[in-house]
Design a protein around this ligand. Structure first.
Ligand code: CA
Length: 281
């Protein structure tokens, strides 16, 4: 076993097998049991009780006196700092920590997700909500990605240039308050018409800030958005896209690229359904 940080104390000034730590100057008596060979290096005085030497050459007593002097200076320095300045510094730290509005939504950090599309090319709505349900999940966050709870938020289905017909049996827009995670969810169904819609999320708790907008394509058996009435008109709209007539996506309910009897069967599932027959989600 070797002690790389130890060195021998001169033979003449030490007990047998005495080592002294080079870094601390602390005697390691009793640690080493092997025989130490005589040394040719010059000896120095054996440390006396209470006067054991440090590696720097200063005595323990000298070190204690120097520490006491430094403590006195430190105490004097602390006492010289006015208490008022300490309070001002603490208040400055508090203001700094709260200077950024923690609840201001940042659209670039917030998010809106759309779910519930049952086919590849569009949402399919029906008066009883028995087909697709457009589920809109909005999460509000600050610029630091902190969720914003208890924030009034709304989602609106807005017709756009691609909207051919649109009607809904249930409230539009829908509004609510975000939960602990800064999230709120809305469900839209019982919609009639065809074409496309903009899905717009807006927060209202601090300012009217648009969070996100997505565009969806949709269709329904109630192709003219009459609320489920005028079934013959709806059938005429659907048949107007039946081959060899030009293809229309709203008549292709299953999104297989062809308007045929399979689509007619799905359209027929909406016959007899009207607004008000089913509770809104
Ligand atoms: Ca089809």
């Amino acid at each position: 076993m070797r002690y790389r940080s130890a060195r021998r104390v001169p033979e003449t000034n030490r007990p047998a097998n005495w080592l002294e730590d080079v870094r601390l100057g602390v005697p390691l008596a009793g640690v080493v049991s092997r025989t130490v060979a005589p040394t040719s290096r010059p000896s120095r005085a054996l440390p006396q009780d209470g006067q054991k030497r440090l590696a720097s050459g200063a005595s323990w007593e000298q070190e204690r006196q120097r520490d006491a002097t430094l403590n006195i200076h430190l105490d004097a320095t602390l006492e010289a700092i006015p208490v008022r300045n300490i309070w001002i510094s603490a208040a400055a730290l508090l203001v700094s920590a709260t200077s950024t509005p923690a609840g201001l939504p940042d659209p670039s950090r917030s998010a809106m997700g759309l779910f519930g599309q049952g086919t590849s090319c569009h949402y399919r709505f029906r008066m009883d909500g028995g087909l697709d349900q457009l589920t809109v999940c909005v999460t509000l966050r600050t610029q630091f990605d902190t969720p914003i709870p208890d924030c009034s938020t709304s989602v609106t289905l807005t017709p756009n240039a691609g909207t051919i017909a649109f009607g809904t049996c249930c409230p539009n827009p829908q509004a609510g308050v975000t939960d602990f995670d800064g999230t709120i969810q809305f469900v839209f169904d019982q919609i009639g018409g065809r074409g496309s819609l903009d899905v717009c999320a807006t927060e209202h708790c601090i300012a009217e800030i648009g969070v996100a907008t997505e565009t969806i394509d949709f269709t329904s058996p109630d192709l003219d958005a009459s609320g489920g009435h005028n079934v013959v008109i709806d059938l005429g709209i659907w048949a107007g896209c039946y081959q060899p007539a030009p293809y229309c996506p709203w008549s292709d309910y299953n999104c297989d690229g062809t308007v045929d009897v399979l689509d007619l069967g799905l359209w027929a599932g909406g016959i007899g359904l009207e607004c008000g027959q089913t509770a809104c989600p």
